[in-house]
Structures are given as structure tokens and as C-alpha cells.
Design a protein around this ligand. Structure first.
Ligand code: 13P
Length: 257
């Protein structure tokens, strides 16, 4: 059985006081120490605020993005070693907002995945189709293209599941239109089958999170699906009570890993 994970992507939201409030609320909830693993993705400016409170607890944190070089003349960028220096274990790569707004191609996503791995970070790689792609029957093609770009990185350091996949259908992000558990399960099973083509053993181990309007009232049905290993939560991760409830749902499902 794969463990379950709940991750909160704060996107470009929050000031120091918000980070303190949200982090403290999760710590106060005293979730079971490893089930689920809870990870926060604050903006870069708040990583230190989260780390100051969460260090020493089972709560983890990560960056929302990184650059593929370690240092140098790249004004405005942040590298993997910089994230590690702030205690990050994870980093989001290829979120649809970065693919769409910042023109991140599959090739850039792959370079960032490799940079994350070299820095000792676990990349959480986001894939997902747009509404138009789904409606025109291109979902599987889009997912296959996005996965083909990153699969060379999988298992690069031995037999570990060294990356996490997040299936985030773009039409479900921030829209309140959650994928149904059956729709999400179908996509997750497909993504896992693509991993299995490369490495059947790792396909059983790799975590595939669902993202797109996850709330406390739909998390249970989603996380209960066989191939859904937790959630990448956007809007609801900015509300302490709601996010803690989502963690509790995962805790009740309680896959021990
Ligand atoms: P919402 O939960 O706000 O739909 O955002 C999902 C997301 O993009 C997480 O990365």
C-alpha cells in the first residue's frame, strides 16, 4: 500500500503572519506523525517563516518552483541548493500556471526535474489537460506527452520512486469543478500505466496526487480511489480549518505506506 500525502500549494498568497497562522494551525492539529505526510508549498518569501515553526515536526515544506542551474547570473531565480538550504524536501515542477503563464515547455520541466533530483529534492511534477483538450478527446495524448518528457528522470538514482506526480486537470483548478472520483481514478490509472511501461516495480510505488478544487467534502471520495495517493490542494490550503480537515480525511483513510 502506498502512503498518502496532502500538500498545500499556497501559490502567490500570504504574508509572514498568514504563514505563521496556517503552519501553527496544522501543528496544533497534531496529526498522526507519518500518516498522512503533509507538505506545505509557500511562496519563497515565506519558506523561512514555515520552516521556523515546522522544523523538528513531521510537517514538511517545499518550493513552488526552481531554476535548473545552481547559481549564477539568473536574476529573480531560485535554485535547488537554495531550497535545500532552507530545509525543503520537495519542489513543485511544471505546475500548469507555470506552463501556461510562463511558457514552461516539457523540456524545461524535465531540466527542472533533473535539477531538483541533483539537489536532493523530490520533485512533485504536475501534469494535466485543459478543458479544450479534454473536450476534443486529447486528454490521453496530452498526459502521455507530458509524462514521456519526465520519465527518463524516474528511477535515475536506483530503484526509488524519486519523484511524485500530481494530476491536475486545468479545468478543475480554482474553478470548483472537481474531477469526479471516477474521472480522476481513470486518469491516475492511465498515468500509472505509463510509468509501468518504463518500470513496473516503480509504478506500484510512485505517488500520484490529485489536484483541482480539492475540499474537505470531496477529499474522502477522491483519496479512497485505488490510484489516488492524496491531494495537491490550492485554495483550500489557505484556510487553516479546511486544510486541517482535508488532512484528517487522509488520516482516517490512513494508508501506512
Ligand atoms: P485549487 O485547489 O485552488 O483548485 O488549486 C489546485 C492547484 O493548482 C494546486 O496546485
Amino acid at each position: 500500500m502506498r502512503p498518502i500525502m496532502v500538500a498545500g500549494n499556497w501559490k502567490m498568497n500570504g504574508l509572514h503572519a498568514d504563514a505563521q497562522h496556517l503552519t501553527q494551525a496544522i501543528l496544533d492539529a497534531a496529526l498522526a506523525p507519518t500518516v498522512p505526510e503533509v507538505v506545505l508549498f509557500p511562496p519563497f518569501t515565506l519558506i523561512a517563516s514555515v520552516a521556523a515553526l515546522a522544523r523538528g515536526s513531521s510537517l514538511r515544506w517545499g518550493g513552488q518552483n526552481l531554476f535548473w542551474e545552481n547559481h549564477g547570473p539568473y536574476t529573480g531565480e531560485i535554485s535547488g541548493p537554495m531550497l535545500r538550504d532552507h530545509g525543503c524536501r520537495y519542489v513543485l515542477v511544471g505546475h500548469s500556471e507555470r506552463r501556461q503563464i510562463f511558457q514552461e515547455s516539457d523540456e524545461i520541466v524535465f531540466r527542472k526535474v533533473m535539477a531538483a533530483l541533483h539537489a536532493g529534492l523530490t520533485p512533485v511534477v504536475c501534469v494535466g489537460e485543459s478543458e479544450q483538450e479534454r473536450e476534443s478527446g486529447q486528454t490521453w495524448e496530452v498526459l502521455e506527452r507530458q509524462m514521456t518528457a519526465i520519465l527518463p528522470a524516474l528511477g535515475a538514482n536506483g530503484q526509488q520512486a524519486n519523484l511524485i506526480i500530481a494530476y491536475e486537470p486545468i479545468w478543475a483548478i480554482g474553478t470548483g469543478k472537481t474531477a469526479s472520483p471516477a474521472q480522476a481514478q481513470e486518469a491516475h490509472a492511465y498515468l500509472r500505466s505509463l510509468v509501468a511501461r518504463k518500470n513496473p516495480a516503480l509504478a506500484q510505488k510512485v505517488l500520484i496526487l490529485y489536484g483541482g478544487s480539492v475540499k474537505a467534502n470531496n477529499a474522502g471520495a477522491l483519496f479512497a480511489e485505488e490510484d489516488i495517493d492524496g491531494g495537491l490542494v490550492g485554495g483550500a490550503s489557505l484556510q487553516a480549518g479546511e486544510f486541517v480537515q482535508i488532512c484528517r480525511v487522509a488520516e482516517q483513510i490512513g494508508r501506512g505506506g
